[in-house]
Design a protein around this ligand. Sequence first.
Ligand SMILES: NC(=O)c1ccc[n+]([C@@H]2O[C@H](COP(=O)([O-])OP(=O)(O)OC[C@H]3O[C@@H](n4cnc5c(N)ncnc54)[C@H](O)[C@@H]3O)[C@@H](O)[C@H]2O)c1
Ligand SMILES: O=c1ccn([C@@H]2O[C@H](COP(=O)(O)OP(=O)(O)O[C@H]3O[C@H](CO)[C@@H](O)[C@H](O)[C@H]3O)[C@@H](O)[C@H]2O)c(=O)[nH]1
Length: 331
Amino acid sequence: MKLLVTGGAGYIGSHTVHELVRAGHTVTVFDNLSKGHRAAVPAGVPLIVGDLRDQDLLTKTLREHQIEGVVHFAADSLVGESMQQPAKYYHNNVVATLALLDAMREGGVGKIVFSSTAAVYGEPAEWPITEDMPTRPTNVYGRTKLVIEGMLADFAMAYGLRFVSLRYFNAAGALEGGAIGEDHTPETHLVPLILKTALGQRPAVEIYGTDYPTPDGTCIRDYIHVTDLAVAHVLASEHLAAGGESKIYNLGSETGFSVREVIERAKAITGVDFPVRQAPRRAGDPAVLVASSARIRRELGWQPVLSDLDTIIASAWQWHKSHPQGYADEK
Ligand SMILES: NC(=O)c1ccc[n+]([C@@H]2O[C@H](COP(=O)([O-])OP(=O)(O)OC[C@H]3O[C@@H](n4cnc5c(N)ncnc54)[C@H](O)[C@@H]3O)[C@@H](O)[C@H]2O)c1
Ligand SMILES: O=c1ccn([C@@H]2O[C@H](COP(=O)(O)OP(=O)(O)O[C@H]3O[C@H](CO)[C@@H](O)[C@H](O)[C@H]3O)[C@@H](O)[C@H]2O)c(=O)[nH]1
């Protein structure tokens, strides 16, 4: 298939581009490089530098590259920032996705795989979380993603769009071999912050909240290897190409780890006893998020193969050690 990958120069997008190309698809990346990196896009894959809200450029790109389907990663995605700057999130997530859907409609492109999030569930009453549990986001970021899921359903009903919405839990890790990995500025995610501390680039790891109702008082999350996530996008794109109907799937490893447990595993894997401090809770953080991914396993045959915590941390450590300044080391 000829696919447009929005946000394909970003962290999960670039790993997905790699897997789509490996599976034989023809990929074009569309990214404004607000967070992404030119060096994360493989040689031979065209990169169109532009914003999703530039509808003329989008329409032209869909036509010139004869796009048959879209894989849509481009978004702002930081829980803490979304609580302080909600307007930014409604513009860049909701308004930009509406522009994309309009351009797709105009161009006759009727298939989309969308990056949704575990944050749509809010504080679930029980775990593991299945797709039919109530969606009650506790932060602005999660609300914008839920609004987009509603838009996709409405466009499907009225215009015949077909979509797969993938609700990821916590993406981490890097491509085997360490050629691409996670490089966000500013970095806010737990695993890269821990590894940057192990490298001596940061003074200490801060634990955001030690009074949650969990066994050790710190938040529990479900960490999934970015390559396992990427492979799910290949399966979702092929499901739509084969005429499959619209679907919503969770993507997680189905195992939860507390912040303290992630820190302890990282100390063991890196061999560095870095400093750790307790800090206040971060606004908008639910206590526990752990997925059931039974539906995508059953319906698309997806299998996470790299998502045990040690493999995730070891692959991320390989990337950070070989790229201490991230993609700046490529220039
Ligand atoms: N990282 C996670 O753990 C996680 C978990 C759940 C969902 N997600 C979702 O997955 C997607 C990718 O996340 P990521 O961690 O790779 O983020 P990222 O910031 O690395 O990638 C996003 C990319 O989109 C581009 N972009 C942003 N706004 C754009 C716009 N208006 N026009 C064109 N390009 C634009 C950025 O430059 C960047 O390259 C996001 O939609 C995010 O909400 C991420
Ligand atoms: O320095 C830090 C950074 C994070 N945390 C905690 O570690 C956990 C994981 O945080 P982080 O890595 O920032 O990820 P989340 O906030 O859980 O969000 C990620 O995972 C969500 C799905 O679960 C996605 O929707 C988001 O896009 C993605 O950023 C949370 O409990 C944080 O409070 C710390 O204690 N210290």
